[in-house]
Design a protein around this ligand. Structure first.
Ligand SMILES: NC(=O)C1=CN([C@@H]2O[C@H](COP(=O)(O)OP(=O)(O)OC[C@H]3O[C@@H](n4cnc5c(N)ncnc54)[C@H](OP(=O)(O)O)[C@@H]3O)[C@@H](O)[C@H]2O)C=CC1
Ligand SMILES: Cc1cn([C@H]2C[C@H](O)[C@@H](COP(=O)(O)OP(=O)(O)O[C@H]3O[C@@H](C)C(=O)[C@@H](O)[C@H]3O)O2)c(=O)[nH]c1=O
Length: 283
């Protein structure tokens, strides 16, 4: 049995990994923010020391993109210093780290899919704090996987897919931006990839992109959710050129998945994964 610690276990990705366990070969140990604050290095050390953990999955993060523009210090404390603390304890106690990062490390000026070697240049504070976290990990720890993912959704917590379903339920009319192109990603698909890395235990370290296949806009994503949830309500979703926000967001953040698919398998299309999750939501 491989012992695996999951940090930030009460977030949507952490909870999705919990849905996956128990596994016959992996013994997960879940720690929410209340159980273990990644900003507190001494608490991390106390839990990691003599633990026998083989892998650490870091799902803990400050994910409020708008909030990070004003609470910038908190975003950096968690996404950068927190990641550094984890990398340091992983290094001390010989634990391999699987860390989750974001498409928002890019400025979105490209018009073809981002590879893992493309130049980063975040344009908002959340993206800057996540990039700093990546850099700290690369400096501190060799055995690491940094998985860049995008537009996560699941049955848990707060996410765009659930926001759209709730608005449809409230009979609200929605204006959704067509200004960003990217790829919605199901936490279930991402959890499966993370578990694949641990199962194989021999995949080269480094950065991997992970999203569904294909691309759309937030408007296209919302339409697809409505189509699957209640096709009579698709007309309530309208395209909008501008949706005013505090944080800038990359106009284009589609990933090149070729490196990932070489060590994994062909990934679902985003439409297929949306269909699956809406089906699960409806029970
Ligand atoms: N959501 C998305 O669309 C995307 C997310 N990502 C990345 O994926 C990862 C998982 O995101 P997701 O599950 O959506 O995020 P969530 O916001 O759902 O979960 C993050 C979790 O981290 C916890 N947390 C915050 N601060 C600390 C801390 N100091 N110590 C321990 N735990 C802490 C939060 O606890 P609490 O709620 O109590 O504050 C929360 O439970 C993150 O690294 C995120 O940056 C990447 C691309 C897209
Ligand atoms: C609710 C709403 C949002 N929008 C826009 C705002 C924004 O540009 C886009 C998505 O809104 P959100 O606030 O859900 O998305 P945002 O917080 O930008 O989501 C990001 O989260 C972080 C954590 C990531 O790492 C990214 O990959 C990405 O998923 O849709 C509308 O146009 N209309 C609406 O009614």
């Amino acid at each position: 049995m491989k012992k695996v610690i999951v940090l930030g276990a009460n977030g949507q990705l952490g909870k999705t990994i919990k849905d996956y366990s128990p596994s016959e070969v992996i013994k997960f140990h879940f720690f929410s923010r209340n159980d273990l604050d990644i900003v507190n290095k001494n608490s991390l050390k106390a839990i990691f020391k003599d633990s026998g953990f083989k892998y650490c999955i870091n799902c803990a993060a400050y994910t409020d993109v708008e909030g990070a523009e004003t609470n910038t210090e908190d975003a950096f404390l968690i996404n950068a210093e927190g990641a550094k603390n984890i990398a340091e304890v992983c290094n001390t106690y010989h634990v391999k780290l699987i860390h989750i990062s974001t498409d928002y490390v890019f400025d979105g000026k490209k018009n073809k899919p981002y590879t893992v070697t493309d130049q980063t240049n975040p344009i908002n504070q959340y993206g800057k704090s996540k990039l700093q976290g990546e850099l700290f990990i690369q400096e501190q720890l060799k055995p690491h996987y940094i998985i860049r993912t995008s537009w996560l959704y699941s049955l848990h917590g707060k996410n765009f897919l659930k926001t759209i379903i709730n608005k449809i339920e409230d009979d609200a009319s929605l204006n959704i931006t067509t200004e960003q192109e990217g790829t919605p990603t199901s936490c279930i698909d991402l959890a499966d990839f993370i578990i694949h890395l641990i199962d194989k235990d021999s995949i080269p370290y480094g950065i991997y992109n992970f999203s569904a296949n294909g691309n759309t806009t937030w408007y296209g994503f919302a339409k697809e959710v409505a189509k699957n949830y209640n096709s009579k309500k698709t007309d309530s979703i309208k395209p909008s050129g501008v949706f005013k926000t505090l944080a800038k967001r990359p106009k284009y953040s589609v990933f090149d998945l070729s490196k990932t698919e070489r060590i994994y398998k062909e990934i679902n299309t985003w439409q297929k994964s949306v269909e699956n999750i809406v089906k699960a939501y409806k029970g």
